[in-house]
Design a protein around this ligand. Structure first.
Ligand SMILES: [Zn+2]
Length: 833
């Protein structure tokens, strides 16, 4: 293997923050269907496969799984990391583990680098925001990866000298830019800085940039044509061709050590190019095994070869705008669509309006914050520590270190509110808001939400008058921001009003959730920003249930809190209703402890509506409706049905007894077991066979979710379900029986339920599989039984996670024991070589 030829591939993984700033949760995005939102969809298509890319061998069986994050240079945007941690924890953990693994692979240097916090275009930011963005990016990285970052990715690679200064001041050693962002270079053997040739800077070597402060920072210019081919051409369709091109470029030129490096959006692999991660895995594997160029990461390369060349970057340039950084403030024509500058005139008023709003909020922050915090801007720079770990006691300690006087109670609440206002005032500059062709798109709408939230937080901190004035000015400026769809002012108002979720609305969600499940489940909050506790009592009659009590609700991190009294119920038909009112101090509650009884009475007496009763005490009755946040509205009927079913557990038991009778009472000539498909008794009544199918379905699904089900039982259960499933060949259908529709729906419905059950069973079993453990054989047998059951039922469960977990298990087997043949059977069944 060559000692002086290296390949470094960098992926910039990023999604704009998508949370509703009032609720703290991502709401459903219709355009991401069939997924809940775009974060989920791109995770499925790109981030997840990237953590365990499949390399296929003979007969398209899997020969190896590769966590690509451990093999190539990457940064993941901090706001995306926060979402992954909460919503895709296994992907998140694999990314962290990959960095750890890469440090062993690359001589102590990790593959991960940091990113300026929320993808703000730093050359367009003011000095203060620039500094905070770099500090937050560094702290976020340290918190997650447990080490200091060496490199930092600049959003859109947008750079100017001040941004390099900000990074160097925070101890950042290098960044990565496009080759044409070099104004001047001096090659290692050159004497003067001079403009580079047509192709831009030579990407084969690192350069140092000396800064006015006396500090310096290293710049890697990536290979333009090859990066372009990865991002936009079809290079990722073909792993061998990809490897050949990488190697060819790395090994071109003569003499000293060279680094072939390319940088693209990480989403190129898998999201923009389906299965692109497989081509990359194949190419990396090929490079590792051939004697050509050797894969590395920037930090490791820099240790080996300190920069000999020097550069001066071109100020105010970026990788995705041919006009400098105009794409994020004017109608420059850059776009992903048609790119008509005439339609982009909204960009400039949006930039100006947000700049003015930022300055107004800074005035509020300095004046109000100055009364509470020793140094408000220093406090903002380190507020990221509380964003990363918002435990109340931690925040209290953090505040105590920075407080003017005592920050308990309302003064502390105001300080936290002002700092959160500042966080939102930075999020409103997320670059994606300007990137596209129209202001009426989800990315621009998102940054307008942050503007609205920042203003609401200013109000909450007691600065209503200033906030109202700043908002009025902002809205009138946004009227000038016109694209093809709605204008900025109307979008702003629509988003603000649509996203707002105050304490009372949140408490109404919680009350309905408690009415649905008798207060047993987790409080049904409208988003992660809300924390609620319920203190309630309940009573039930038949399938109906009533609940009453108090709700304490808070907006994190301690921004607002309130107590409500509530009562509600679930009728036998599953309908859910509740009433709430502001609560009094404990002991002074206005609801007598009898609400549950009169609610149950009302439910029972169909004529007398619960509405009248609740209205009498609470003003109005609350029912589910579009006023709720979409996810909570979806969750409510699920809770109601589950709780209603649980309340009827007794009736179900009776049904189970009936099932036994049914089996005994088979029509004459119909044996109690054995596959009836091959039995002449198929002529038995259809309704009876449907019941038998339902019984078999329930038995199998229950078995699959048991703690330690018998493998043989799973197989038998699957045979039983198949036996009673009506098929297109059933005589009823041949005879044009009216239940044709039933015959189609039945396997579909059963298939969906059983597929989910099998996937969960497989993942549960393979997760605890451990070489040498006492239950290893049983688990292996059960995994095999579940896979066979899928075969029997003609189902194709998604085994991605099972394969991935299996791979780590199979890598840890060392000893020879009696399980080799069994393991091999399971492995092959899972698609491995
Ligand atoms: Zn442009």
């Amino acid at each position: 293997m060559s000692d002086n030829r290296f390949v470094c591939i960098h992926g910039h993984f990023y999604q704009p923050p998508r949370e509703n700033p009032w609720t703290g949760s991502v709401e459903p995005e219709a355009s991401a269907w069939p997924r809940h939102d775009w974060n989920e969809r791109v995770t499925e298509e790109c981030y997840k496969p990237f953590t365990a890319a499949r390399i296929h061998g003979e007969g398209s069986r899997i020969s190896e799984l590769v966590n690509l994050f451990s093999r190539f240079s990457f940064n993941v945007g901090p706001t995306l990391m926060a979402w992954l941690e909460r919503s895709a924890p296994s992907v998140y953990m694999r990314i962290l583990a990959a960095d750890e693994e890469s440090r062993q692979r690359f001589g102590g240097k990790g593959a991960a680098i940091a990113q300026a916090y929320n993808h703000m275009i730093l050359p367009l930011a003011n000095e203060r925001d620039r500094r905070t963005q770099v500090r937050w990016g560094r702290r976020d990285f340290e918190h997650r990866f447990g080490r200091s970052p060496e490199g930092m990715w600049l959003p859109e690679t947008a750079v100017d000298t001040a941004s390099l200064e900000a990074m160097a001041a925070e101890g950042i050693r290098f960044t990565i830019l496009a080759p044409y962002q070099a104004a001047e270079i001096r090659p290692p053997d050159g004497e003067h800085l001079a403009p580079p040739g047509d192709g831009g800077a030579d990407p084969g070597i690192p350069y140092v940039q000396h800064l006015p402060s006396g500090r310096s920072i290293v710049v890697f210019y990536y290979d333009g044509p090859l990066s372009q081919a990865v991002a936009f051409d079809r290079l990722l369709d073909d792993g061998p061709e990809f490897a050949r091109r990488l190697s060819e470029v790395a090994c071109s030129g003569h003499g000293e050590s060279r680094l072939m490096n390319i940088a693209t959006d990480g989403e190129s692999y898998g999201h923009h190019h389906r299965h692109g991660e497989m081509a990359l895995a194949w190419a990396m594997r090929h490079l590792e095994q051939s004697d050509g160029a050797r894969p590395t990461v920037y930090g490791a390369y820099l240790d080996r070869r300190p920069p000999m060349g020097e550069t001066r970057i071109a100020d105010d340039t970026a990788w995705s705008c041919a006009h400098g950084v105009e794409r994020w403030r004017s109608a420059c024509g850059c776009s992903i669509g048609a790119g008509d500058p005439a339609g982009q005139s909204w960009r400039s008023p949006l930039r100006n309006g947000l700049d003015e709003l930022r300055d107004s909020l800074a005035t509020v922050f300095e004046r109000e914050g100055g009364e509470l915090l020793l140094d408000p801007w220093e406090a903002r720079d380190s507020w990221i520590d509380c964003v990363l770990d918002a435990a109340p006691e931690r925040i209290a300690g953090w505040l105590a270190d920075r407080a003017v006087g005592d920050l308990d109670g309302d003064r502390g609440r105001r300080a936290r509110t002002l700092l959160e206002m500042q966080r939102n005032a930075m999020l409103m500059f997320t670059s994606c808001g300007w990137f596209f062709d129209d202001i009426d798109g989800i990315e621009s709408r998102q940054i307008l939400k942050y503007a609205g939230r920042a203003l609401d937080l200013a109000r909450l901190a007691g600065c209503g008058e200033q906030a109202d004035a700043a908002e009025q000015e902002f809205v009138s400026g946004m009227a000038e921001a016109r694209g093809g769809g709605m204008s900025g002012d109307r979008i702003y108002v629509e988003e603000r009003d649509g996203c707002r979720s105050d304490l009372q609305t949140a408490a109404a969600h919680v009350a309905l959730g408690a009415a649905a499940d008798g207060g047993r489940g987790r409080p049904l909050v409208p988003g992660a920003a809300f924390e609620a506790t319920i203190d309630s009592s309940r009573a039930g009659r038949g399938g109906a249930e009533a609940v009453e009590g108090t709700i304490d609700i808070e907006v994190r991190p301690g921004l607002e809190r309130a107590r409500y009294e509530f009562a509600g119920g679930r009728a036998t038909d599953g309908r859910v209703f509740a009433g709430i009112q502001p609560g009094r101090a404990p002991g002074e509650q206005t609801i007598p402890g009898t609400a549950v009884e009169w609610i149950l009475d009302a439910v029972e007496r169909q004529g007398e509506s619960a509405e009248r009763l609740l209205s009498g005490r609470f003003g109005t009755m609350i029912e589910a409706g579009p006023w709720m946040r979409a996810d909570a509205l979806r969750e409510l009927p699920r809770r109601s049905v589950n709780a209603g079913t649980a309340a009827r557990e007794g009736e179900l038991e009776a049904m189970r007894a009936d099932e036994g009778l049914l089996e005994q009472g088979a029509p004459a000539g119909f044996p109690g077991d054995g596959p009836p498909m091959s039995n002449p008794a198929l002529d038995g009544p259809l309704s009876w066979r449907l019941i038998r199918w339902t019984v078999a379905m329930r038995r199998l699904t229950e078995l699959l979710s048991e703690d330690d089900p018998d493998p043989a039982g799973i197989r038998d259960g699957a045979v039983d379900v198949r036996a009673w499933t009506l098929g297109p060949s059933a005589p009823d259908l041949a005879a044009g029986h009216p239940s044709r529709k039933t015959a189609r729906l039945q396997p579909m419905l059963g298939g969906a339920i059983l597929t989910r059950g099998l996937v969960e069973r497989l993942e549960t079993d393979v997760r605890v599989l451990e070489p040498g453990a006492g239950n290893e054989r049983r688990l292996l047998n059960r995994i095999l039984a579940s896979l066979n059951a899928a075969g029997v039922l003609g189902l194709h469960p998604d085994t991605w996670e099972t394969q991935t977990l299996w791979w780590s298990y199979s890598q840890s087997i060392r000893d020879r024991d009696g399980l080799i043949a069994l393991r091999e059977r399971v492995g092959r069944k899972l698609g491995f070589e």
